[in-house]
Structures are given as C-alpha cells and as structure tokens.
Ligand binder design. Structure first.
Ligand code: F6R
Length: 247
C-alpha cells in the first residue's frame, strides 16, 4: 500500500489540507468523479471548498459526485438524510449540475437501488473517495464483519453507530428515530476508487485510526481494508493520530 500520512495540529488544519487535496485533484482533472462522506468530520472541508468556489478558485461544472451511503427508510429531504446533508453543506453552494450529483436511494427496493447505484458508478469508477471513520473502524456503513469484496448494498447498522448518529446536529428528534439499516457503497466498491482520502479528528478516533493503519488487516476492522489499496492519503489531527506508532 502507499499511504501518505498528514498529521495536522487541529480540526481546522485537517479541513484545509483535505480541501487542498480535493482542489489539487480537481485542477488536474476537471471531470473528477468524487465519492463524498457525511458526518461531523468533513463539515470543515466542505466549508473550505465552498469558500474557494465562491472566490472563483474552483469549478465543479464537470464533476460528478457520489454519496457514500444513506440511511434506509428516509426521504432524501429528511433532516437527517445524507442526500440532504450533501445538498446543504456542498451541492447547493457550488456548480455541480444536478444531473451529475448521485446518491443511493434509501427507499423502495434495496437490491434494485444498489444495482442502479453500482451501474451509475459504472466501469469508470471513482477518481477519489473521501472517507470518515467510525469509532468501531467502519467506513461508509460497512460495519465490523463486512466482506472486503462487498458491493453497494443494504446493511444493518452497528448499535454503536446508531448511538453516535444521535446528536444535536443529527436531524433526528429521538434516539429511536435513527434507522436500523442503511445502504452503502461496499468495501469492494470503495477499494476500486483510484485514490482514497481518509479523514479523522479527535481523541475518540485515535484507536480506530491506529487499528486501521497499523493493525492486522481484518474484516473486524473495516478500515483496515485500506491497507490493501495502492493510493491512500490519511489526514488526521494530532488527537486522532495519538496512538500511531509511526507518526
Ligand atoms: C458518513 C459515513 C460514516 C462516517 C463515520 C464518521 O457518510 O459513511 O462512515 O464517516 O461514521 O462520522 P463522523 O464524521 O460524524 O465522526
């Protein structure tokens, strides 16, 4: 594997460096096919990208975006839906044409939705996929035990993931409202991206980052699959890097 590790002072620097990474790739390839995560981790990166677009530094008009995952059972405009998150934090502020923004549908026939989404990703695949990481080592909604060759599909969320999903900015009114299932790009789908950018911030992620990068490659730690990829960039702040032996 080729892993470039960038350890930043704090969350803001992580966000700036992540935006630098995307901006560089976009300048090299204006037709970037970009996989996008939700959650707390990438908020600052999206803010940076939106600011740079507003200053006229970036052009997303030929970019295709692909959301990593979605809760099962939510309408795309539900306050907690990932489709809405990407819309609110990124798409509505930049010039990705609406027909070029893709997400897996969390309603209807799951197997059909998964097939449709894989077909959209298609043989061209993704140029970059950006990932956060769960405290249990999940990437997307690929929870411990997920097969490394899994394609986009319907999955059950780990209890820990459901707990972490309920917070003041989550868009869920109660803890019980957090869906039990999701639809996610599989680890197999993720590993086919040409390059992967993994982001993490804060002490709560330190153990997961250490296990992902330096632990055994095992389906018990979904992010350890990234060790099998040839082009991974990891941007983490000092708190998330705290347990790494090799800094
Ligand atoms: C989100 C996703 C998840 C998150 C992970 C970390 O689309 O796929 O894997 O990246 O749960 O979430 P935060 O960033 O909220 O700590």
């Amino acid at each position: 594997m080729f892993v470039q590790r960038i350890i930043t002072k704090d969350y803001d620097e992580m966000s700036r460096r992540a935006a630098d990474f995307v901006a560089d790739k976009l300048r090299q390839n204006p037709e970037l096919r970009l996989g996008l995560p939700t959650g707390n981790t990438p908020r600052g990166m999206y803010e940076q990208l939106v600011e740079r677009y507003a200053r006229g530094e970036l052009d997303f008009s030929r970019v295709h975006t692909f959301n990593l995952d979605e809760y099962w059972g939510l309408e795309p405009d539900h306050p907690a839906a990932f489709a809405r998150y990407i819309q609110n934090h990124f798409l509505r502020h930049v010039n990705v044409p609406s027909g070029q923004a893709h997400w897996p549908s969390g309603k209807g026939d799951a197997a059909e939705n998964a097939r449709t989404y894989e077909a959209r990703i298609g043989s061209e695949g993704l140029d970059i996929i950006i990932l956060g990481i769960g405290v249990n080592g999940h990437i997307g909604f690929n929870e411990p035990g997920a097969a490394f060759d899994a394609r986009t599909g319907f999955v059950q969320l780990a209890e820990r993931t459901r707990q972490d999903a309920f917070h003041p900015r989550s868009g869920f009114a109660t803890r019980e409202d957090v869906p039990i299932h999701g639809i996610t790009m599989g680890i197999g789908t993720i590993l086919e991206a040409k390059s992967i950018l993994l982001l993490a911030s804060g002490a709560s992620k330190a153990k997961a980052i250490q296990r992902a990068l330096e632990g055994p490659v095992t389906e018990e730690v979904p992010a350890s699959a990234l060790q099998r990829h040839g082009d991974v960039t990891v941007i983490v702040d000092e708190a998330a890097a705290a347990r790494l032996a090799d800094k």
